[in-house]
Design a protein around this ligand. Structure first.
Ligand code: ZN
Length: 196
């Protein structure tokens, strides 16, 4: 799989439906680079890094997370860059980092409604070996917004919330007038509004 080029300094790896892999962004500054979302697994991160290599770029220095959902965060354990997430995102990741990832534990979360069938199916497809799932928290958190200077290009991470999740973050690159919004405009499939 190859990156699509949006501008000279912004690329993205397209989404794939089979295991609900979202698009992953790449923003290249003169000093640093930033990945938008961490992907749904180490395998997804590997695919991203391979595609990046083909373009002659090195792995990103920073990773910006748009919201807590598994498909955007479970690759965090496999990235080299510093991960930046909203405080609410990190809170939820902290909760999920204590969850067990066995068939039994996942069945139970389906029963209690902590997990939904669509994600449960996709997780099992993405991870034939469930023991490879490692949920971890971010390195850097923020509340309203944070701006990362990548060198002649900036990424503004702005907390926008909205209908999908309370923690939704937009990543805006003013120099290129490009905006990544994750799933922010989609409906909430989980709790009809998070509990936290
Ligand atoms: Zn989502």
């Amino acid at each position: 799989m190859n990156f699509e080029k949006l501008t000279d300094r912004i690329y993205y790896l397209p989404a794939t439906q089979e295991t609900d892999r979202p698009i992953l962004g790449f923003i290249k500054g003169t000093k640093y680079s930033l990945m938008v979302d961490a992907g749904n697994s180490p395998a997804h991160v590997d695919l991203y890094n391979q595609a990046l290599k083909k373009l002659g770029f090195s792995v990103p220095d920073y990773v910006a997370i748009t919201h807590w959902h598994w498909d955007h965060t479970f690759g965090m354990c496999a990235v080299d860059g510093k991960v930046i997430a909203h405080q609410l995102t990190n809170k939820q990741l902290g909760i999920m980092s204590s969850w067990q990832w066995t068939k039994e534990a996942m069945d139970k979360r389906l029963e209690t409604g902590e997990e939904i069938a669509f994600c449960d199916n996709c997780i099992r497809l993405e991870y034939p070996d469930l023991s490879l799932i490692k949920v971890q928290t971010a390195d850097i958190t923020f509340q309203k917004s944070i701006t990362i200077d990548l060198g002649e290009i900036h990424c503004e991470l702005i907390h926008i919330g909205g209908p999908h999740t309370n923690d939704s973050v937009a990543v805006y690159i003013p120099e290129e007038k490009v905006l990544f919004i994750g799933d922010a405009e989609a409906p909430d499939h989980y709790y009809n509004g998070m509990k936290w």
